[in-house]
Ligand binder design. Structure first.
Ligand code: DQA
Length: 149
């Protein structure tokens, strides 16, 4: 079944405000704002909000506030994936599911990016599909897992 009235919050961690300008060989040259605005337009039948925080505490606060306001969180934690137990605890502390997104394939990069403190407490992970990882994450919330089309 397709879920109507879905409310999703897309949260982005540190340095992701620079996507489009930063390390373009890895992340591409489309700005995250432009991409997510287009995503909102393309999925205008559901509610999609997005925010970006460079500070860990602000990201954690946004996760707390999203609880029971949204049906799910799509989270690109940036480098906090590899460092933050506090972020993991925040995800565990809320009642709504989180999907982890990474634009790049972190498993093809430096070894310190291969571990995420949050993957196993997330509903699922979408890694290495570029910006379209956000769209795939949105689709994962719109469709039940037993609905193939
Ligand atoms: C990233 C991967 C992280 O390792 C890195 O620190 C980022 C971006 C990604 O989307 O590929 O800032 O989360």
């Amino acid at each position: 079944m397709k879920n109507k009235n879905t409310r999703l919050l897309i949260l982005n961690g540190p340095n992701l405000n620079l996507i489009g300008k930063r390390e373009t060989a890895i992340y591409g040259n489309v700005s995250l704002n432009d991409y997510l605005n287009q995503l909102k337009t393309n999925y205008s039948s559901i509610l999609i909000d997005y925010q970006q925080f460079n500070l860990e505490g602000e990201l954690i606060q946004a996760i707390h506030q999203a609880n029971n306001t949204y049906d799910g969180i799509i989270l690109n934690p940036g480098a906090y994936a590899h460092t933050s137990i506090a972020l993991r605890d925040a995800i565990k502390a809320i009642d709504i599911p989180t999907v982890e997104v990474h634009i790049s394939n972190v498993f093809q990069r430096e070894s310190f990016r291969k571990h995420s403190y949050i993957s196993d407490v997330c509903k699922g992970c979408i890694i290495g599909f570029g910006l379209q990882g956000y769209r795939l994450a949105v689709e994962s919330f719109i469709y039940d897992k037993d609905c193939f089309f």
